[in-house]
Ligand binder design. Structure first.
Ligand SMILES: *Cc1c(COP(=O)(O)O)cnc(C)c1O
Length: 249
């Protein structure tokens, strides 16, 4: 199967690349779900469009992709408004997922476009987001608490011991809806082990927050393992859109 290319080809060629890649990713999700007796309709595919132009988001939306993910506020905010200007009225607007580390001063901006945030890992960030939702009088913001599976919070995520307090900070605010847990498999780790641990943390979270039953896990490289361990939201960039240019800085 040819990989989507890095360079910007003509619109038609790009569109057909995205059609092919999207079909392949959907087939992969269906196949893994079938192998473990899960319903693929219970899995939300989030197209991670960071570093990609708004035109890719528009094409994906035209192809029926509803969920789009970004990890940097500045890029996301610009893309959201560009996409809104480009989309034909008949095509449903994407639901924007914010996946990156959140600086406190960005909470207001993120709350202006995101429907779901996957990367809440501090009590004060939960409070800032809730305040921003209240100030905008917008609908509730869906929140995943990001957990660090290697105990090194440098890459984002709360360590397991502090997870209950962050979950409580989200659940205690009516402006937020605690959806569940998000994690990135640690570099070099066995994804099956990492996602087994995540599933255990999720089960523990549900003892106290029964409706927080979603699991955001799985990227292009480890999507199959994540689905085997109960992921309900997979975040796929490279397998859909091609390899990204390395990020400098
Ligand atoms: C970039 C990114 C992804 C997608 O990664 P791919 O390997 O390109 O599929 C998923 N989740 C997060 C948090 C990301 O930053």
């Amino acid at each position: 199967m040819p990989e989507p290319s890095l360079t910007a080809p003509s619109d038609d060629r790009r569109r057909s690349e995205l059609v092919t890649a999207l079909a392949a990713v959907r087939a992969r999700i269906a196949e893994v779900c079938a192998s473990v007796g899960r319903d693929p309709r219970a899995v939300t595919l989030i197209a991670v469009t960071k570093t990609r132009p708004a035109s890719d988001v528009v094409t994906l939306a035209q192809l029926g992709v509803r969920d789009v993910g970004e990890n940097r506020d500045q890029e996301a905010a610009a893309k959201v408004s560009e996409v809104a200007g480009l989309l034909e009225p008949a095509v449903p607007r994407p639901h924007w997922h914010f996946l990156g580390q959140i600086q406190s001063r960005k909470a207001r901006s993120i709350a202006s476009y995101a429907g779901t945030v996957h990367s809440v890992d501090r009590v004060d960030i939960a409070a800032r987001l809730a305040d921003a939702v209240a100030a905008r009088k917008r609908e509730r913001l869906d929140v995943f608490v990001q957990v660090s599976l290697d105990g090194d919070p440098a890459r984002g995520g709360v360590v397991a011991a502090s997870l209950p307090s962050v979950a409580e900070a989200v659940a205690s605010r009516p402006e937020l809806r605690l959806r569940g847990l998000m994690a990135v498999a640690p570099l070099g780790a066995d994804p099956d082990e990492a996602f087994t641990e995540l599933a255990e943390l999720s089960a523990r979270l549900r003892e106290r927050h029964p409706s927080a039953d979603a699991i955001s896990a799985g990227m292009s490289a480890d999507l199959d393992a994540a689905l085997r361990h109960g992921a309900t939201h997979v975040r796929v960039g490279t397998a859909l859109l091609g390899r990204r240019a390395p990020v400098i800085g």
